[in-house]
Design a protein around this ligand. Structure first.
Ligand code: THU
Length: 162
């Protein structure tokens, strides 16, 4: 029997202030838009901000619904908005922050949910260049991940159907 191992590395910064200026500004934006989330049910407010290759910054927040499965995560709101406003323009870096109103905490970096990883991967494959992720909360450590694929080992994609 042959065993395979998949591993990935990512950067860990002690605080957003240690990011390079452009990333710091983007992360600040993600933190700012967090308060615009519509999250009356979970009270878990997520904000995302991305910079595109044309220099535009697009944001997204989670949008919940009384019919819970109809709600959408901030990351997918952002991706849909970005590709609708600027079709075909690659996303370079996407920052995600959050605030948990239930316990007032947001010190641990938030990693995108499984559905968002799948969506992010589709966008990354379409644009044929990596999407960098900056993950964090309103304070505390920041994770920098250079490629969405790292978050979804053994992923399923369109090429599996051809
Ligand atoms: N949520 C996001 O917006 N992004 C994530 O990566 C994780 C979860 C939202 C969905 C829902 O509105 C709330 O957070 C609680 O799950």
């Amino acid at each position: 029997m042959k065993k395979e191992r998949i591993s990935f590395s990512y950067e860990v910064l002690d605080a957003a202030e240690l990011l390079p200026q452009a990333d710091r500004d983007l992360f600040k934006k993600a933190r700012e838009v967090t308060r615009l989330a519509y999250a009356p049910y979970s009270r878990f407010f997520v904000g995302a901000a991305a910079v595109l290759q044309n220099g535009k910054v697009v944001t997204g927040t989670n949008q919940e619904n009384a019919s819970f499965p109809a709600g959408i995560c901030a990351e997918r709101v952002l991706l849909s908005a970005a590709d609708s406003l600027y079709p075909g323009i690659p996303v370079l870096t996407l920052a995600i922050s959050y605030f948990n109103k239930n316990n007032g905490k947001s010190g641990r970096p938030l990693a995108p949910c499984g559905i968002c990883r799948q969506s992010l991967l589709e966008y990354e494959m379409r644009q044929q260049q990596p999407i960098r992720l900056l993950l964090g909360g309103m304070e505390g450590k920041i994770f920098v991940i250079d490629d969405v694929k790292a978050l979804l080992p053994l992923y399923f994609s369109g090429s599996d159907m051809t």
